[in-house]
Structure formats: C-alpha cells, structure tokens
Design a protein around this ligand. Sequence first.
Ligand code: SF4
Length: 291
Amino acid sequence: MLQQTQVKTVIPYFNRFIKKFTTLKSLSKSNEKKILKLWEGLGYYRRARNLLASSKILVKKYNSQLPKTIEEVKKLPGVGDYTANALLGLIHNQPKIAIDGNVKRVFARLLNKKKDKINYEKLIVLNKKKIFNTNRNADLVEALMEFGALICKPKDPKCGACCLKKSCKYFKSSKKIIIKEKKMIKEKNYDIFCYLNGNEQIALTKENKISFLKNFNLPEIKESKKISKTKSWKFLNSYKNSISNLKLNINLYYKFSNKKPSNYNWYFLKNNKEFIPSFTKKIFQKVSTLY
Ligand code: SF4
C-alpha cells in the first residue's frame, strides 16, 4: 500500500484491510471485486490484484509461509528486488537491505558521492560485515527506511541529532553533494466521452487502450492533441488529473442517450456499490452536475 503513497493516506485503508482479512488464508479466499472495493481511492490497483494473487500462491504452494530464497519470493506477482529484500529481512530476519530512494540518499551522503555514481549492491556486499553487525536484521531493514525518512531527510538532514555524523563524509565535507529528488513529469491530453441516461447512469467499459488505465471501468477515452470538434458530443469542461508521474489534461464530453455500445455497462452515478477508481469517480462528479 505504501508504494508511491504517503503513510497518512494509507493508515485508514490498512486498518480496514487487516480488520477484514485477519489471516493470509482469509485474504486468499477473497476475490478481486471485494479487494478492489476496499482499495478504492488508494490508486495503483495493480498492487491490490498482485497482493490477492500472491496470497493465493503462498497459501496453496507454501502453506501460508513466505519462501526463504530471493528467487522464490521474486516469483510472486508484483514482487521485485526491493519488496523481496524487505520481506526476507522483515519476516525471516535475513541480512537484507531494501534499496529505495531513502536508502540511496543515506549511502550517497555517507560517502558524499552522487547517487548515480554508486553501485549499491556491490557496496552492501563489500561492507556486509559492518552493515549486518547485528542479529536484528528485521529491525535494521525498518530502521534504514525510517532513518532516511526522519533523520537523513531529502532537505535539511538532521545532522546534529545523527548518530552517524562522525563517519559521514557529507557532514564533514566543505563541498557537499547536491541531492536531487527529481520526478520526471509527463503531460498528456485525453478526450473522454460519456454516455448518460435519464436514470442518472453512465456507461462504462473496461476495454480501453490506455496502458496505465487498463482494466479500469471508464467511459470512452482517447488521446488528443487539442479540444476535439464533434457534433454528436457536447463539451462539458476541461480539467486536470494526475496519476503517478503523469499530468493529464482532460476534455470531457457527454451525450444523453438510452443506447450504449454493447461492451459498455450502465453504472449509477450515486451510491454505487461497485468498485469505481478515483479517476472515474472524478468523471462521476463532473457529469453529476448535469442532473
Ligand atoms: S550526518 Fe547528516 S548527512 Fe550524514 S547520515 Fe547523518 S543526517 Fe545524513
């Protein structure tokens, strides 16, 4: 849940989730519809699907235990190096480090070297005796994440309170490296076409060709260059939306009709019990003003 999402956003979702699924087994017996409904609003729905798929594999193949090798853990859906190392460290107390942006920044500062000039895996292997000089590897994984977030922060690191300052080259150097945490933002333009009926319903389909919105329930969506001129659709408004590192400029069109293409289904704009992603909910809010 925390991937690309802030802790304060995640907390209520996490609490609801673990209340509903108290064991891995109960999660594995659930289905995509239920999981997505609980995840609704958190975004990056692939995480929810992968979590469900992984729980099924773990229960069936591994007797509800996490396997102990990185190769096996990485075969679980959605699990890459970072998550595999974090899981093996946290769950099996193995000497592992989950290398994320925070950890890279800490190492870069300790060495006073630019982040992209460091081979992190090699650095960890060469210094493993010093780094893993503890039996509490699970705490070490957690501590490194927290250390980067709370002490060696991207801006204004708290060097005065830092227990590593005696060996930190950044702290001692008069020529400190500059840490850039840049996010490449891409901008894209889309036209969205909504079929609406007299029962305050909108027609949605999962069949769209936009990769980052795959499997989402959406009205018709097309990439556009400028505001489209169309006679059969009425222009409602333009607005902006963001998904991860994408900034989306959206032109919204609508048409009142009791007919819809066969691969679309009608959904109520209000009190919908189905899972509706935030991206689509925003469209619901916009077109609701027409009623
Ligand atoms: S001394 Fe400062 S820069 Fe160095 S590790 Fe500690 S907080 Fe980071």
